[in-house]
Design a protein around this ligand. Structure first.
Ligand code: NAD
Length: 248
């Protein structure tokens, strides 16, 4: 039996990387998938095709997750097109890494808006539909550095720590209505985001990880399947570290 048969999911920032892997894993498990990214470009069209190849409904939408009005509009379109929202994966995220001494106001605001405000925007926009359904699973992509902090990532760590506080509050507010809210804290995952790092930095990171390697987007996607489906029906308000033991 497929774990997400008949469910509808929204995944933000899913043209590539972890978001794309989540979209494909969800499709393999029978979910219909609506996904967003900044542009409906070639990468988004390719992702849409790949999702649809598993025989589910798939549609990509251009939308800036950090923009409140844009988010409200796209969620209304998705509800009209798909009829329900069972799972929301708040995945869109960026980095603007630099030491605090050099960090500009713009670098701070951009990271907070794309990584944290987007989670508020989408959760607020799907809330009414999930409340009506009296069910839903919200999955927020945090990071190990949201728990541990990291030099050169004060903006990013703050955004990811904020996500954890938000996740717990939503779990407490909406639990009585059958809506669950959890966060995932990935460690070092090999995607285009981390692909920009020099090889020696990657080697150093891997050396510190008990499992001695970076994770794959698919390994994060499988955790999303767990949190999205009924296997995790009594799990809410939690942060699952998927990091090869990096944060223990
Ligand atoms: P990525 O850069 O490969 O993909 C991020 C996607 O989000 C891109 O498609 C991008 O276009 C999209 N995006 C950016 N800004 C957006 C916006 N305003 N609105 C809509 N979409 C937007 O990154 P990734 O490595 O796949 O990371 C995905 C998530 O996982 C992020 O939230 C990231 O912080 C988190 N994460 C990644 C790692 C890692 O090691 N890769 C570790 C911990 C957490």
């Amino acid at each position: 039996m497929k774990l997400l048969e008949g469910k509808t999911a929204i995944i933000t920032g899913a043209s590539r990387g972890i978001g794309k892997a989540v979209a494909i894993e969800f499709a393999k498990q029978g979910a219909n998938v609506a996904f967003t990214d900044l542009f409906y470009n070639e990468a988004a069209q390719e992702t849409e095709k790949e999702i649809a190849s598993y025989g589910v409904k798939a549609k990509g939408y251009a939308s800036d997750a950090s923009n409140f009005a844009d988010t409200d509009k796209v969620v209304a379109e998705i509800v009209k097109e798909f009829g329900a929202i069972d799972i929301l994966v708040n995945n869109a995220g960026i980095t603007k890494d630099t030491l605090l001494m050099r960090m500009t106001e713009d670098q701070w605001d951009m990271v907070i808006n794309v990584n944290l405000k987007s989670v508020f925007n989408f959760t607020k926009a799907v809330q009414r539909t999930m409340l009506k359904q009296r069910s839903g699973s919200i999955i927020n992509m945090s990071s190990v550095v949201g728990v541990s902090g990291n030099a050169g990532q004060s903006n990013y760590s703050a955004s990811k720590a904020g996500i954890i506080g938000f996740t717990k509050s939503v779990a407490k507010e909406l639990g009585s209505r059958g809506i669950r809210s959890n966060a995932i804290a990935p460690g070092f995952i090999i995607t285009e985001m981390t692909g920009q790092l020099p090889e020696d930095v990657v080697k150093e990171w891997a050396g510190k990880i008990p499992l001695k390697r970076g994770g794959t987007p698919e390994e994060i996607a499988k955790t999303c399947v767990y949190l999205g489906c009924d296997l995790s029906s009594y799990v809410t308000g939690q942060t699952l570290h998927v990091c090869g033991g990096m944060n223990v």
